[in-house]
Design a protein around this ligand. Structure first.
Ligand code: GLU
Length: 463
């Protein structure tokens, strides 16, 4: 059997982290088994679906590199196919027209609730042997209901949750086509999964209740039953289902906020699945390692601090040229003069080990090519006649030494020693003037990267 998985988002909102995690597991399972990973846009809910959401989903998948096989299937372009199978079910007696009005059904629900019963359709239009149905009211467009089996048990071994059993007595004759003829969600999914030869349905466990209905429909169509894997929800640190507040936002927002796609893929792969103690691994490793035995059936917890840590790890190990290109792209948008990639690369190398966020990294090194504004408070605290005198003397020594990083560090060290200073007494004023802030890496490295001319320029009033 060829493994074929799918990701089937409804474009009623953006692609958020829960959706990405589902997509990642489907993708990895397909890759691991040399199968296909398909993409289906479930856009039959016209009122709630939008083009913007479709675009956001596709942009997100692209950014994360979750490439799908074959063409994208849009449910709204497959209405003929659904109609064909609705007709078939009507013809072979597995579906029927129901003319019950909304008011009637509401009344039924209320009665059932009053009697302490679970609200469900009572089968009033369900055809049975020797049953006489009421006459169809004129001018009332009917819905079409599936004739769900009355007895028996639906059972499947879920790849995440284990064996699940549901009695048919719990189910009722659900609607497969609305009164305007449009097919419903459960029906389209079944036809599509069958038509697309999906071998493994991997989705959130909020769909578990749909699965028995879908299995009954597949049985009525004599279609094979796929394997099911229902993934547990992702929760926030407070134990509640992940929401916007916790970071369940459009994944593209993570891009904007300085995260790498590698970070997000890696982090979300580990939410509910593990490979020993491995925390940082490539997409390739993930695809090779992925299995359902190590998917947990309990909920996973989204941890922003860990996401940040992992982002820092990726920033540290990323190709310097690629990082430089990204920085240039951002600086161009900020209208900063961008003609010295070598300088940017050196500044990135100096800073990247201390950063966990790309935006912050790129922001922190701007002073290398844009003279920082004077900060009055820092000036008042650190720049005085004494510090100016020291700066002047140090620069004098630096001018006469070899322009090498080690050499510069050595000169500063000796200068501090020979003048009986404490290191911060010279380093802090230099930081204020050269970087515009106190929280920088080694000052000697900054001096080296800036170059003597720029250093002198920034310190001109001390010299
Ligand atoms: N369209 C559904 C959703 O976005 C997924 C359905 C499925 O995977 O079967 O939740």
């Amino acid at each position: 059997m060829k493994v074929v998985t799918r990701f089937a988002p409804s474009p009623t909102g953006y692609l958020h982290v829960g959706g990405v995690r589902t997509a990642l597991f489907s993708y990895a399972f397909a890759k691991k088994n040399k199968g296909d990973f398909l993409l289906r846009i479930e856009d039959t809910d016209i009122e709630r679906s939008s083009e913007d959401a479709v675009k956001a989903i596709l942009d997100g998948m692209k950014w994360l590199g979750l490439e799908h096989d074959g063409e994208i299937k849009y449910q709204t372009k497959r209405l003929d196919l659904y109609q064909k199978y609705i007709n078939l079910l009507l013809e072979n007696g597995n579906a029927y027209y129901c003319y019950a009005s909304e008011e009637e059904l509401q009344k039924l629900r209320e009665e059932q609730l009053q009697n302490g019963a679970k609200p469900r359709y009572d089968g009033r239009w369900r055809p049975e042997k020797d049953k006489i149905l009421p006459e169809a009211p004129k001018g009332v467009p009917p819905v079409i209901r599936f004739k769900n089996p009355l007895t028996g048990i639906i059972k499947w071994v879920d790849l995440v949750k284990g064996e699940i059993k549901i009695s048919n007595e719990e189910l009722d004759d659900f609607i497969i086509a609305r009164s305007d003829g449009s097919p419903t969600y459960n029906f389209c999914v079944v036809i599509d999964d069958w038509d697309m030869s999906i071998s493994h349905v991997i989705r959130g466990d909020d769909h578990i209740n749909n699965t028995p209905k879908q299995i009954n429909l597949l049985n009525a169509l004599n279609a094979p039953i796929p394997n099911y894997a229902h993934l547990s929800m992702i929760h926030g640190p407070d134990g509640q289902k992940l929401s916007k507040r916790h970071g369940s936002v459009n994944v593209m927002q993570y891009k904007e906020e300085g995260y790498l796609p590698e970070t997000l893929n890696n982090y979300l792969s580990r939410l509910g699945w593990s490979h020993g103690d491995d925390e940082k691994f490539s997409m390739e490793d993930f695809c090779n390692w992925f299995d359902f035995e190590h998917v947990t059936s309990s909920s996973a917890q989204f941890d922003k601090a860990k996401l940040d840590w992992l982002n820092g790890e990726y920033i540290k190990s990323m190709d310097i040229n690629k990082l430089t290109e990204m920085a240039v792209e951002i600086y161009k948008k900020m209208n900063l003069p961008m003609d010295n990639n070598e300088l940017i690369a050196k500044a990135i190398s100096l800073y990247r080990d201390r950063e966990t966020n790309l935006n912050k990294l790129f922001e922190d090194i701007i002073y290398f090519f844009k003279k920082p504004d004077r900060d009055e408070e820092l000036e008042a605290k650190f720049i005085n006649s004494n510090s100016k005198k020291n700066i002047k003397a140090l620069i004098g020594e630096l001018q006469n030494s070899k322009w090498e990083e080690d050499e510069i560090n050595q000169v500063i060290k000796l200068f501090v020693k020979n003048n009986n200073l404490k290191f911060p007494e010279i380093a802090m004023p230099l930081r204020v003037r050269l970087a515009g802030n106190l929280n920088t890496p080694n000052i000697g490295s900054i001096i080296f990267i800036l170059g003597i001319d720029e250093v002198k320029e920034r310190l001109s009033d001390c010299l």
